[in-house]
Design a protein around this ligand. Structure first.
Ligand code: SF4
Length: 753
């Protein structure tokens, strides 16, 4: 049993009282999201209701899940907290580092060799700290979570953007950066801006070629890639009840593509069925006992406009299959229009590869429906025109669909079954003729289709659709096709038409698996050594940052005055640098290489005040650090926007930057800087940004009186001997000031065990 039934029991025991208190506070009926959020507050209820889209709130999530790329730095940081074990149930999933090339077996063997040190590190750290470990090949994080851990009314965070997949089981599941995971694993509250709520009322029933994927493809078309930002998308209505549990997962998964904080569904029969089918009858029964708390209140359903910030209504009976793309997941085209639109836009009509599966769409229902289409190619003598790959989401799904003959069907039409891993979805795809490819089209049942996402080729037009639609288009080999109406010519020269897909939401013979690839957490292994080779280029144990010496910061050199937009990608670039995510010193060589230097408008070219020469940002910072001189980053508006990547805060700290002084911060990055023991300051007068000169030596004064709400003084010593004294503000509270004093939040936690 992978899940923690006692934890779930405790969550459910709290529910009735917490909901009653919250309903009293709000003075009105509650939506499902509000029930989950108010039941997971860290600490007591506030005196007045939180303001959606405004109040910052501390929560206590029930679980943490981490994928192997992001888990490396999260676990390395957790090791700094001085804890014996994680404070909440947590898991690591080895899914992102497996390159898809030959097929499941060969690719997995290669990955185990190439990533051995990363896997050994994650396995040993998981063992030591009581973290559940899902080995390479066990499956993709979100599918494994849905099968094993997701439970109605629960709240979890995961270090991956598609964590909301668990909303299919009625959770509030949110994708975060590694630093957030560390907080929760170390027993700290987790902060989130109270989300706005978008209600999606589903009526009617899916039929024919239409599938749950088409609901989210349609919603993405309506809301666009930014339309869900800062909001939870809550689905409800009779149509919602008609969708399978895994179908709900697909819809929630791809809510990430509209920027939503997460998406969720009310508890219903489909969830009960899925929980039981995946061996969690006890959870289904416990949830049933409090089911009125795991749905929106009846009054909310009667008049949803009064309770959600925005309402969308979709009639599933009228919904057509959609195909979204290319290059963006919100460009939604109904299948009946798709051929015409493709021709009008000059998209390459020949479909080269169809890829089904992934964490988004590899449920039993997905695979059985896609296989029913694939089988028709065999039965009707159709030659499959495109290449075809299948990525199962978990070993349990793979084993079951193999047992039931579906993988055999795919292989008979020329399909290649890939490892139970992310593979082509995250660009881990050695597409065999990638170099020679000019403009070309592929169609996937994945979620993201930004340029270069799948094969690194900007000329590849990536389209997203349901697995059954991808399979049908793979048979047709052209974008100019509508399986509902068009005929294909078979090997005998006959005109044949594909029948509508059929399938089962759950296996009639039940799920089965021989080796799920799971090492359960245990509290018995605290003495295990965590394996990190001293000469590794991919992993490096962290050294605690130095505590503050109690003095004002003086004599620091300006490292860079960044001009305009400076996102976490500019501060800590992704791409090839992902390889070094577990090695702070190596990844620090990308620090701010994307930021534009105000003084010469160039990137990665700043003046080294000690030599007078222009050098790369990381090298210049290293030079100051080597000589015992602190440095300062100056930035513009909304500095650090983008992701919650903690590397963007750790790298400057590692390279000796003491202060980041900007016109304004993106809040998550500001908090991350505080957690790493940095001084994150804003100009009291934004125009003072203009006073910073290239050769400035900088002091921060009044630090000895550092207190919430108090301003600090920054002195700019210019090269011509003049000085400017300016006021700088901060948003540190008492606790965060303690982090600064200790050198980092983790140092503080360790000191206060
Ligand atoms: Fe992310 Fe794709 Fe992996 Fe899912 S399959 S976790 S979307 S990379």
């Amino acid at each position: 049993m992978a899940y923690d039934v006692e934890m779930i029991r405790q969550v459910y025991e709290r529910y009735p009282e917490r909901i009653a208190q919250a309903r009293k506070l709000l003075g009105r009926p509650m939506t499902l999201s509000e029930k989950i959020l108010y039941s997971h507050l860290s600490g007591d209820l506030p005196n007045e209701p939180f303001k959606r889209g405004d109040s910052y709130v501390n929560f206590s999530p029930d679980r943490v899940a981490m994928q192997d790329a992001t888990a490396q730095m999260a676990v390395l940081q957790f090791m700094q907290a001085g804890k014996d074990q994680v404070s909440v149930p947590s898991t690591v999933h080895c899914d992102h580092l497996i390159l898809a090339k030959e097929g499941a077996k060969e690719d997995l063997t290669k990955a185990e060799q190439n990533n051995k040190e990363v896997y050994d590190f994650l396995a040993s750290a998981s063992k030591k700290y009581g973290i559940g470990f899902w080995k390479p090949g066990a499956g993709i994080i979100h599918q494994v979570v849905l099968e094993n851990y997701a439970f109605p009314g629960g709240m979890m965070i995961g270090t991956d953007s598609h964590t909301p997949n668990a909303g299919g089981m009625g959770m509030v599941a949110i994708g975060v950066g590694g630093a957030d995971a560390v907080d929760v694993m170390a027993g700290l509250p987790w902060e989130l801006k109270f989300p706005k709520l978008i209600g999606v009322k589903l009526t009617g029933k899916l039929s024919g070629w239409t599938s749950p994927k088409d609901v989210i493809l349609k919603v993405a078309g309506i809301l666009s890639v930014k339309g869900g930002t800062g909001a939870i998308v809550e689905y409800f209505g009779p149509g919602a009840e008609s969708i399978s549990g895994t179908g709900k997962g697909t819809i929630c998964n791809m809510g990430a593509e509209i920027g939503a904080t997460t998406s969720t569904f009310p508890f219903d029969e489909s969830m009960k069925k899925y929980l039981k089918a995946t061996g969690r009858t006890d959870v289904a029964e416990m949830a049933s006992k409090i089911e009125e708390h795991l749905r929106p209140d009846a009054e909310v359903m009667e008049n949803p406009e009064a309770y959600y910030d925005q309402i969308i209504e979709i009639n599933l009976s009228e919904l057509e299959p959609h195909i979204n793309g290319p290059f963006t997941p919100d460009l939604a085209t109904p299948v009946s229009q798709f051929g015409k639109v493709a021709k009008e836009n000059g998209w390459p009509l020949k479909m080269e590869v169809g890829l089904i599966g992934s964490c988004t769409n590899s449920s039993y229902e997905d695979i059985s429906r896609a296989a029913s289409v694939a089988k028709q190619a065999l039965d009707k003598d159709l030659k499959v025109k495109a290449e075809f790959t299948v990525t199962p989401g978990s070993e349990q799904v793979r084993y079951t669909v193999d047992r039931d003959g579906y993988l055999d069907t795919f292989e008979k039409i020329g399909g290649v079954v890939l490892a139970n891993a992310c593979g082509p979805c995250i660009g881990q795809w050695a597409r065999h003729n990638a170099e020679d490819l000019d403009e070309n089209s592929i169609m996937t049942s994945f979620n993201r289709n930004f340029s270069k996402r799948n094969d690194g080729n900007p000329k590849t037009h990536g389209f997203v659709a349901s697995p059954e639609i991808v399979t049908a288009f793979s048979i047709a080999g052209t974008l100019d096709f509508n399986p509902a109406t068009d005929y294909l010519e078979n090997a005998k020269g006959e005109k044949v038409k594909l029948d509508e897909p059929t399938g089962d939401d759950l296996p009639a013979k039940g799920f089965d698996v021989k080796d799920p690839g799971f090492i359960p957490p245990s509290s018995e292994n605290k003495n295990v050594d965590v394996v990190v080779k001293p000469d590794s280029e991919r992993l490096q144990l962290l050294t605690p940052f130095e505590p503050w010496d109690g003095e004002n910061l003086t004599g620091m050199k300006l490292l860079i005055k960044a001009k305009g937009k400076c996102t976490t990608d500019h501060i800590s670039m992704a791409g090839p640098w992902l390889r070094f995510r577990g090695h702070l010193d190596n990844i620090s060589n990308n620090m701010l290489i994307g930021g534009v230097n105000y003084f010469n408008e160039r990137t990665n070219a700043v003046k080294n005040q000690l030599t007078g020469e222009i050098g790369e940002v990381p090298a210049t910072a290293r030079d100051y650090k080597a000589k015992g001189i602190g440095s300062v980053i100056v930035g513009d508006e909304n500095y650090g926007e983008g992701s919650s990547r903690e590397h963007a805060a750790m790298e400057p700290r590692h390279l000796g930057v003491r202060v980041v002084l900007v016109r304004s911060f993106a809040r998550i990055h500001e908090t991350n800087l505080k957690k790493q023991g940095m001084l994150a300051l804003t100009f009291d007068n934004p125009a003072d940004y203009d006073k910073v000169q290239e050769d400035d030596t900088i002091d921060v004064l009044k630090l000895t009186e550092f207190a919430p709400g108090s301003s600090l003084i920054v002195v700019l010593h210019h090269a011509d001997g003049t000085t400017d004294e300016i006021v700088a503000n901060h948003t540190y509270n008492e606790a965060q000031i303690e982090w600064f004093k200790a050198g980092s939040c983790l140092n503080f936690i360790k000191e206060n065990q």
